[in-house]
Design a binder for this molecule. Structure first.
Ligand code: ATP
Ligand code: MG
Length: 320
């Protein structure tokens, strides 16, 4: 096991700035444009309706939403976009209380459902809310009975009627299930946005990925980015395949490998750093996947064997 060292303050600053960078790749820009247009037309419409924004975990949805909100809520505009993250197993009352909390209600979880609804309408006007975004929306509908799901869908439909504001549902592809529970919501859906993983096997997908690596390399917090592995097309496309083209996994491996490079005072990022980071992360995810299913001892032996053979072979094509 490698002995873990400490980052200096300067290294920690560099790594954090690198991790905070968001690359405006093609799908990212398209999603921002669609959401912006929905917002702009929705604020002028009497019945603006719903838009859905779905993608697999790690596709980059929340990063798009954060970017959109910071643009929409900056500048001279007096109105604001309200973004709410829905917790697991959320009930209608929990949701109403979350909205009230985001609107600044000091007693967000108090009162009957009716009084909460009245306060939502009043505070949304008072705060000039121009759009609502619900991230992790699948948490509203992936648990509970069919009847409870129907109630939730019905409550949302009524809120749309009362609030007259555009609403964006963001989450995993299961978000679409709510439209089957209550077809009245479907008639209020104005559009769907999907964020797909990058596809390294197509010309366009590979081009987008290489652009992503190029921008990440420009922000690399190491002294010699000119010789970094981020510039090696073959190695990086192989990494993208290992990560199923999902930006959340790709960046996770890169961030950890940059940390390893910083800790070893390496002037640049090498394939070896990537290989070690990928092995570590795959090992952790294998443990998570199968800990409950297999006895710990036999699992550990298998994992250690796999990691050693992976490190010998370098970057592999298997996803994690
Ligand atoms: N445009 C981007 N540029 C650079 N890194 C990105 C970008 N988009 C996403 N990432 C990286 O991927 C990580 C995961 O992205 P994000 O949280 O947006 O995914 P998500 O689709 O919301 O996933 P989940 O469904 O699990 O919430 C981010 O923390 C960030 O490190
Ligand atoms: Mg997210």
């Amino acid at each position: 096991m490698r002995e873990e060292m400490f980052l200096t303050d300067a290294q920690a600053d560099g790594l954090a700035t690198f991790q905070n960078q968001r690359v405006h790749h093609g799908q990212f820009q398209n999603a921002i444009a669609r959401i912006t247009n929905f917002h702009r037309s929705g604020t002028r419409a009497y019945a603006p309706g719903i838009m859905t924004f779905v993608g697999e975990t790690g596709a980059g949805k929340s990063s798009v939403v954060e970017n959109f909100c910071s643009m929409a809520n900056s500048g001279d505009s007096h109105s604001c976009v309200l973004s709410i993250i829905i917790p697991q197993s959320c009930t209608i009352k929990n949701l109403a209380s979350r909205i009230l909390y985001a609107l600044g209600d000091p007693c967000a979880s108090m009162g009957t459902r009716e009084s909460m609804e009245r306060r939502i309408a009043m505070l949304a006007d008072h705060a000039s809310v121009s759009m609502l975004i619900f991230d992790e929306f699948q948490h509203l509908t992936n648990k509970g009975s069919q009847a409870r799901r129907y109630d939730t869908a019905d409550w949302l439909k009524t809120q749309l009627e009362i609030l007259h504001r555009p609403v964006l549902f963001v989450g995993l592809p299961e978000v679409n299930d709510i439209f089957m529970v209550n077809p009245q919501l479907e008639t209020r859906r104005r559009g769907r946005i999907e964020l797909h993983p990058f596809d390294p096997s197509t010309k366009d997908g590979a081009k987008e990925l290489l652009m992503l690596f190029h921008f990440l390399n420009q922000a690399l917090p190491l002294p010699d980015p000119s010789s970094s592995v981020l510039k090696s097309n073959e190695v990086m496309l192989r990494l993208a395949r290992s990560c199923k083209g999902l930006i959340g996994y790709i960046t996770k491996v890169i961030y950890r490998s940059v940390e390893i490079a910083l800790l070893s005072n390496s002037p640049t990022l090498t394939e070896q750093h990537l290989t070690v980071a990928l092995s570590e992360l795959k090992e952790a995810s294998d443990e998570l996947d199968t800990r409950a299913a297999r006895p710990l001892q036999s699992k550990r032996k298998q994992t250690i064997g796999r990691v050693i053979s992976r490190q010998k072979k370098g970057l592999q094509d298997e996803p994690f």
